[in-house]
Design a protein around this ligand. Structure first.
Ligand code: SF4
Ligand code: SF4
Length: 320
């Protein structure tokens, strides 16, 4: 979907959520950028990972009108025992041929097929999020830029942050740290709060977990830390550690991260992010397999144990 993309700087987002209370202080609006270079198998927003638009199918909303079958240029939709199956391979070609406007989602009146991802202008987002400015003011809230990875669209990000700051809005960002230092540094001019993910300390372990090395992430954490101190910038920095059983949630990995924060970053605030299953259904809608279907969230005892380990190292544990 293209929304005023011809006017001004534009970028890909997949959602704008109002009235959020978890990703920063007060009542906030979350702007979700689309596209991420990492592939964490526990990701609860798989629709955020791919760059550009995707067709999403929600079978429970389908009323069986079969209009999508008629308009699909690739005959990619098949009916077996009254159930619709989509051969996703063809949808990739459909993106190219139709510039992100999927005929099936355009015609589906029940919203069983929707296009996930919109190319929008900065002005469009500013117009949307400033509607709740009175709420931000009275709750101490603001706007959080999330993803996907916001640093993957640096020009769009900077332009958006600048315009929002002109409206005196408290600004937060959630980043995996996997981006260029200069882009992160430029964003600091406007930010009030940074959530910086550290998923693993060992390089090979990080590759296994995410598909990418973590050199750039750890280097950015070091540069960010020293830059904030040197410039005496009043930006709140919270390191986020995901606790995913069998993946990140083990003593060796978490202690290595905590020691890195304590010894190399000079301490600071940490927030533990226990794994949850809320994103499970989204994988099916995207035609992808969810490999963690048997995984259970960590117990409260486990989370508290790591919180204790952080406090023992002199770190401040944050629970938002
Ligand atoms: S157009 Fe929508 S509601 Fe109709 S069959 Fe296709 S997916 Fe189902
Ligand atoms: S996205 Fe395109 S190829 Fe895929 S089912 Fe829809 S119309 Fe067919």
């Amino acid at each position: 979907m293209l929304i005023n993309a011809e006017k001004g700087i534009s970028g890909w987002i997949y959602d704008i959520q109002r009235y959020a209370i978890h990703d920063g202080p007060g009542i906030r609006t979350l702007v979700f950028f689309k596209g991420c270079s990492l592939r964490c198998s526990w990701c609860c927003n798989p629709e955020s990972q791919k760059f550009g638009p995707e067709m999403v199918f929600f079978p429970d909303k389908c009323i069986g009108c079969r209009r999508c079958i008629d308009v699909c240029p690739f005959k990619a939709i098949e009916v077996k025992d009254e159930i619709l199956y989509t051969h996703r391979y063809f949808c990739e070609q459909c993106i190219i041929q139709n510039s992100g406007n999927f005929p099936c989602s355009d015609i589906c009146a029940s919203k069983a097929r929707v296009t996930m991802g919109s190319l929008v202008t900065v002005d469009y987002i500013v117009d949307q999020v400033t509607r709740d400015q009175w709420l931000y003011k009275h709750s101490g809230g603001g706007v959080t830029i999330s993803g996907g990875e916001p640093l993957n669209q640096p020009q769009f990000l900077l332009s958006l942050l600048k315009k929002l700051k002109e409206n005196w809005i408290h600004l937060a960002i959630e980043t995996s740290g996997y981006g260029k230092w200069d882009d992160l540094k430029n964003a600091l001019t406007y930010l009030n709060l940074i959530f910086f993910d550290i998923k693993a300390y060992e390089k090979s372990y990080h590759i296994n977990l995410t598909g990418k090395e973590n050199d750039v992430i750890l280097r950015n954490a070091l540069q960010l830390n020293s830059y904030l101190k040197k410039q005496e910038l009043d930006i709140d920095l919270i390191y986020r550690i995901p606790l995913v059983p069998l993946y990140t949630c083990n003593e060796e990995n978490v202690y290595q991260i905590l020691d890195f924060i304590k010894n190399k970053l000079g301490g600071g605030k940490v927030e533990f992010m226990p794994y949850h299953r809320l994103g499970r259904g989204k994988y099916q809608s995207l035609g992808r397999e969810y490999s963690l279907s048997e995984l259970k969230p960590p117990s409260n005892e486990v989370v508290q144990c790591f919180q204790h380990a952080a406090r023992e190292r002199g770190l401040e544990v944050v629970t938002l």
